[in-house]
Write a protein of this length. Structure first.
Lengths: 347, 321
């Protein structure tokens, strides 16, 4: 059993309500598995590679059994060579395939930035649109149980600064499946940001193949007093905070952008227009985070709509500590969102 | 090798040489607004390898890839237009000299990051294998790229998966001004390949016949599913690393070394061989030169008379549709 499973098993299985119609309930992890299964069945150009994708654990169950079903040529383990594997995936994409590359930790993605940033993301522009690079890079962030400084980073904010790269960060099972299918059929490199603590989240997931447009967000909970944007796993904390805020007489609107680049600017402005207050909760460190980018966007485009300054609820600018005591101090929770919201609404 | 192919290789080498000399001559007018990296003196490598490739085979190159583009059959007019950063350029004026491409002949681009295209070419080879076709990929890179992790990671992967890729290292001994001896403990680029599990050869890169012979065998191995090969071609760049500078005798490169390699000019050696064997005559040489000169003139005219991109196109192509 991978050690992080211990932590994940301890978590509540957070249920996302109103995610989609139907009564078929599934975990985020199984929704991803279904997206791969259906994509591999549908399109012979799709293949999955990465460390451990064909082993018995199957990347936390998301690729389990797919090698047996689709063959070792389409689902295969790789040497530990993140940078070149990213380039190999990009080359295969240029030749007409649709690779999905998996990094079991987002920290390992840092080893691949030359091929991801210098090559895959720029190729289309650099050659005037004549060669495209349709590939998906899956990264999974961990949290807790002493994951520490090199096994728990959430660097999606850093990657926002890369032209040509699309970034999605679904938080619900329905979105995980729909956005994975969208990422696979997209003609650009797409970074697919997952969080270990979301893998056991449950929600409604239709059986059929469907896609969710990249760049479209949703309102997860309607409210009038304050807008809370929850990025990746922080959506769960935002929804918990909204529940508590309601008990305290504050009506919070929870926005789930789902896609980070491009993100749904219109949806954000509409929500801020209604509430006049904005909190962004992100899983990464504060400086240069996705929250920072959204805050800057709000300052540029929605300043006139804001009644109070924008607040960012993020991890502090330190490496992740391993000590359980320091870890607790490091990670923001629903309480931090709650407290900031109360200050913005009541003070 | 039949005489038609010999002459084709000779013409390719001459075409590369004359085009690069023309670029060298034009550069001072400051209208080619892109960094250029000339490979005068290294023509035999691209010519000897590409003579064995089909139109639908892939090649990947580097910042110094005029020669490979020309040898693979890339469009010359579009190449010049790219150097002049025109809309009609092979990369629509977005790439410049370091990023030549011609999809129609399997050139999917080149990278200006040292070692950057080695994984990409390994990836197209993986695609050939997964798609069950017999298209071969050749990746060209310099000795400097053998310093990079991508070289080692990609060779390991290609050998593991028996991919149809030929790694052609143009060892001109210098990474900018840094000699291979200052960067590697041993003389071992081709031996590295052997340790990764593929044949590795070190050959005379200024002998186009030797290059063609080794490339033919390596490409045939790829087509029959036997996996990758590395060919380390010893050669020498006559010009400095970038632009049109001559850096000999200025504390950079010893004059004796330079003179030795000039005496081993690949075109001179090959034309002597062809003459000795009665394949090349004065008349044929003149007619080839004339044809090339005309081609170059037309390409320059085309480039200089082509439109530049307009500012409103800035955001085009960031994403594919």
């Amino acid at each position: 059993m991978p050690w992080t499973t211990i932590q994940v098993e301890k978590l509540d299985n957070f249920f996302i309500k109103g995610d989609s119609a139907g009564d078929r309930v599934m975990t985020y992890r199984d929704a991803l598995h279904e997206a791969f299964d259906q994509s591999l069945a549908r399109d012979p150009r799709v293949f999955i590679m990465g460390e451990g994708v064909d082993d018995v654990a199957g990347v936390f169950g998301t690729t389990k059994g797919l090698k047996e079903k689709y063959g070792a040529e389409r689902v295969f383990d790789t040497p530990i060579a993140e940078n070149s594997l990213t380039g190999i995936a990009a080359g295969a994409a240029m030749a007409g395939l649709r690779p999905v590359l998996v990094h079991a930790r987002m920290d390992f993605l840092l080893l691949s930035l030359d091929q991801l940033v210098n090559h895959a993301a720029k190729w289309c522009y650099m050659f005037g649109g004549q060669v495209t690079v349709p590939m998906v890079v899956r990264t999974i962030s961990a949290r807790g149980w002493g994951s520490g400084a090199q096994h728990s980073q959430c660097i999606q904010g850093m990657l926002m600064n890369v032209p040509g790269l699309k970034i999605v960060a679904p938080a619900t099972p329905y979105d995980a499946k729909g956005l994975m299918i969208s990422a696979i059929i997209d003609n650009n490199p797409v970074l697919f940001v997952e969080h270990r603590w979301l893998h056991k989240t449950t929600g409604h997931v239709p059986e059929e193949l469907y896609s969710i447009p990249i760049g479209k967000g949703v309102i997860r909970r309607e409210g009038d007093d304050i807008t809370i944007v929850g990025i990746s796993y922080m959506l769960v904390e935002a929804l918990k905070a909204a529940e508590k805020l309601q008990e305290a007489g504050i009506s919070a609107e929870v926005v789930d952008l789902r896609s980070l680049k491009p993100f749904d600017e219109e949806l954000l402005i509409k929500s801020v227009e209604k509430t006049g207050r904005l909190i962004i909760a992100d899983t990464g460190s504060k400086t240069g985070s996705v929250a920072s980018e959204i805050a800057a966007f709000a300052a540029e485009k929605a300043f006139h709509l804001l009644k109070k300054p924008v607040k960012r609820v993020c991890c502090p600018d330190t490496p992740t500590p391993t000590s359980d005591v320091l870890e607790k101090a490091f990670y923001p929770t629903d309480n931090d969102i709650f407290n900031e919201a109360v200050k913005l609404v009541k003070e | 090798m039949e005489s038609g192919k010999l002459i084709e290789m000779y013409r390719t080498m001459k075409l590369i040489r004359l085009i690069e000399q023309r670029i060298n001559d034009e550069y001072k007018y400051d209208e080619i607004k892109t960094p250029i990296h000339l490979s005068i003196g290294q023509e035999a490598v691209a010519a000897g390898v590409c003579i064995n490739l089909r139109k639908d085979d892939y090649i990947f190159g580097t910042h110094r890839s005029h020669a490979q583009y020309i040898a693979k059959g890339g469009d010359i007019k579009k190449m010049f237009a790219e150097l002049y950063l025109r809309k009609t350029g092979c990369a629509r004026g977005r790439g410049g000299s370091m990023h030549l491409m011609d999809r129609d002949v399997g050139i999917l681009g080149s990278s200006a990051i040292v070692g950057g295209s080695i994984p990409l070419g390994t990836g197209t080879a993986l695609a050939s294998k997964l798609m069950g076709n017999d298209r071969v990929t050749v990746v060209f890179f310099g000795d400097g790229a053998a310093d990079e992790g991508t070289f080692h990671e990609s060779l390991n992967f290609a050998a593991l998966k028996k991919l149809p890729v030929v790694y052609v290292c143009e060892n001109n001994f210098y990474a900018i001004n840094s000699h291979q001896r200052a960067r590697h403990a041993n003389d071992n680029i081709s031996k590295w390949a052997q340790n990764y599990g593929m044949p590795g050869f070190r050959i005379d890169g200024n002998d186009v016949l030797e290059v063609a012979e080794y490339a033919e065998r390596a490409i045939a191995r790829c087509r029959s599913g036997e996996g990758p090969t590395l060919i380390e071609c010893l050669t020498y760049r006559w010009k400095g690393h970038i632009g049109t500078v001559d850096d000999v005798g200025e504390g950079y490169r010893p004059k004796e070394e330079y003179d030795y390699w000039i005496s081993r000019c690949p075109i001179k050696r090959f034309s002597e061989f062809l003459r000795d064997n009665g394949v090349l005559t004065d008349e044929l040489e003149n007619s080839i030169d004339e044809e090339i000169k005309q081609l170059i003139e037309e390409a320059f005219d085309f480039a200089q008379n082509s439109p530049k991109p307009s500012p409103d196109e800035l955001m085009d192509f960031v994403y594919a549709d």
